[in-house]
Design a protein around this ligand. Structure first.
Ligand code: NAD
Length: 290
């Protein structure tokens, strides 16, 4: 039987660290605070928002939800981001993506302070992922990409030297996770909608990370022996059920380990986000001048 890489175990371990950090900060009078900007949120944004709300209250993080109307302009969003940048009591900012088509997301990428960029959307955060200098407090890796790394680490799945096929090349998941894995000495093949022989590439990989947003994309033809699969996809199928990119039931007996959907990568993403908020709050404390 395959190992089911349950997200809850990983999330609990991360949340423990977050809780310790939050308690320490509160003793010094700092209330870690996350601002969530939601422009015309869809059902999956609202579901994510509810999870964040629940977890924030468990972990003692203050949540401020900023709802903006569907016709928000780039200028209005920029003004909101400027206010968050200036507000010392807000430590992290999450903007639900994708934003409406009229929003110039590149402006936001350069405007939000990287120190508050807890979901790794800014150019500075992404270039820190690219150059492997995240330790310098130059922003954060995108939470879902980081969640994949945390899952592999938690379950002691070796990254170094492994061939990893990443399906998807968005700035939210595919590309950053590929870079994080490469920084950890994996050999990574980034696949996308124009990739030829996708199944063949995946068959030759030790680990498959699928972030395409296509239900049942990864089936038995993608598999060979002893593979690990992380299923990032979240797809709502006809009966309202949520499924990933992997034809889960069919592949289950052919893989060594696999994340379920729901209950896999998504669960860890929220934990990473809130850990980043606590870290951003900690980093905001000015070092005492000696
Ligand atoms: P996106 O639409 O921006 O990117 C999808 C990527 O998949 C693209 O690079 C595209 O080229 C590739 N792709 C699409 N169809 C393909 C196919 N048939 N074969 C190969 N590649 C294909 O989406 P995204 O924001 O990167 O999200 C991807 C999926 O992950 C979605 O289902 C999304 O809901 C989910 N997601 C989950 C979490 C989580 O926490 N679990 C977080 C973010 C996104």
């Amino acid at each position: 039987m395959p190992v089911i890489l349950k997200g809850a175990n990983v999330a609990n371990a991360i949340n423990k660290n977050t809780q310790t950090l939050v308690q320490m900060l509160k003793k010094t009078g700092i209330e870690p605070t996350l601002a969530v900007i939601a422009i015309m949120p869809n059902n999956s944004d609202l579901a994510y928002q509810n999870t964040i709300k629940k977890e924030c209250s468990v972990l003692g993080i203050t949540l401020k939800v900023i709802n903006m109307p569907h016709n928000t302009s780039t200028t209005q969003l920029c003004e909101q981001i400027e206010q968050i940048n200036k507000n010392n009591s807000i430590h992290g900012c999450l903007l639900f993506q994708p934003t409406p088509k009229n929003i110039d997301i590149n402006k936001i990428r350069t405007l939000l302070k990287p120190q508050k960029d807890v979901d790794g959307i800014t150019s500075t955060s992404l270039s820190a992922v690219f150059t492997d200098i995240l330790d310098n407090n130059l922003g954060f890796a995108p939470c879902t990409a980081q969640a994949c790394i945390n899952i592999l680490d938690y379950y002691n799945i070796k990254i170094i030297g492994k061939h990893i096929a990443v399906i998807g090349r968005s700035l939210v998941v595919g590309r950053p996770v590929a870079l994080l894995l490469s920084n950890r000495h994996a050999t990574v093949t980034i696949c996308h909608s124009k990739t030829q022989n996708l199944a063949n590439i995946c068959r030759n990989a030790d680990i498959i990370i699928s972030a395409a947003g296509v239900a049942n994309l990864v089936d038995k033809t993608f598999l060979s022996k002893n593979q690990v699969i992380l299923d990032v996809g979240i797809n709502i199928v006809t009966n309202g059920k949520i499924c990933g990119d992997v034809d889960y039931e069919t592949v289950l007996n052919y893989v060594e380990a696999i994340t379920p959907v729901p209950g896999g990568v998504g669960t860890v993403t929220t934990a990473v986000l809130l850990y980043n908020v606590a870290t951003a709050a900690k980093n905001s404390v000015k070092k005492e001048v000696v």
